[in-house]
Design a protein around this ligand. Sequence first.
Ligand code: ASP
Ligand code: MG
Length: 421
Amino acid sequence: MKVYKFGGASVNSVERIQNLARILQEEKKEKIMVIISAMGKTTNALEKVADAFFAGKRQESLNLFEAIKQQHLQVARHLLVTHYLACENRLRDFFTEVEWLLHDKPVRDYDYYYDQVVCSGELFSTSIISAYLNECGIDNQWLDVRDIFRTDNDFRDAAIDWEVTREHIIRLVLPAFEKKDILLTQGFIGATAENESTTLGREGSDYSAAVFAHLLNAESQTIWKDVVSVMNADPKQFPDAVPLPELNYNEVIEMAYYGAQVIHPKTIKPLQNKGIPLYVKCFLDPSLPGTVIHNRPLPPLPPVIVLKENQVMLEMSSRDFSFVGEQHVGQLYHLFEQLHIKPNLTQNGAISFLCVMDDRKEKTEKLALAAAAFLDVQVVKGLSLLTIRHYKEDIIQKLTQGKIILLRQQTRDTVQFLIGE
Ligand code: ASP
Ligand code: MG
């Protein structure tokens, strides 16, 4: 049994959904669990619906939602003939659920409403694609993953309850595989014990697929993307980036930690724990080899480069020349935890502590304010953080020449530079 994950870009048009069908058509008599994201930029569009609703702009939220509905109905009309009506009925049920909510007044947290609205993107896309595949003769069963993935109620960043989810897999998914070779469901979403929808964090569908792979003991997971393979740098930032045909979990988790946008960082653990290989393949040309990620040692890698822009540095120093020691650092880490901040780089000196993080206005302000209660705080914005793994002197030279380096941190594998404007 294999797990396939198709992201938003792979299902963002009629042609791409037809392309997905051709990929599945090639699989003869394989058992495949197919996980699908929302179409294209639907999740972003649904975020705007949730924002407008929460800001009390009911009519605006309904108008924005109407546009999303029409787009999906249009795709369904293009793709479906015999299965159109059944699909439209299912879509209309999901539309109504959201519209009911949009007619209410917000009385709970923003994150709760966000999840109730945003989860619908995956429900729409999978409903249409499942119907289309059946119409093409690719017999499949659509599943509502909210009946399978039990989560806690940490809305927008829900954690999987592995025990309950495992039971659901045994009760619902394994029997379904006895009847059909292909099961199709949503990435990114789940539900609480109270049947409230939850989401697992943006770009979380890779992780959903890994949860299935782990619990189903899959032979492999494949992520179908619009890139030829994982590269050693983002080609948009570094045009001479090269493909990486082979990686291991260790390298990928490090790359993700430093901010490479390859695979959602949470994806690796469930696969690594069971030694399940992960393939990254190009949906535009499935004959390309892509990247395989496994558990074994690797041949030497080229330098792997990650450039994170829009970074902010908080320099926090003691007021009375006392050491910034365990107590202050402990307090700071407590704040990171409370504010859900993941610093990208930290450095402790005698009377100061430096922290570099993504500059999200609200979080930066909250942290600066809270730390100012016990330390002097200086905020420097507009920075970028360059990370090079498997570095050599020449690449360091090339990438840092003429730049204002505010800080350098180095280990045997990795060097990081904080770069000023
Ligand atoms: N649709 C969700 C998002 O755009 C989840 C995903 O695509 O992985 O974040
Ligand atoms: Mg996506």
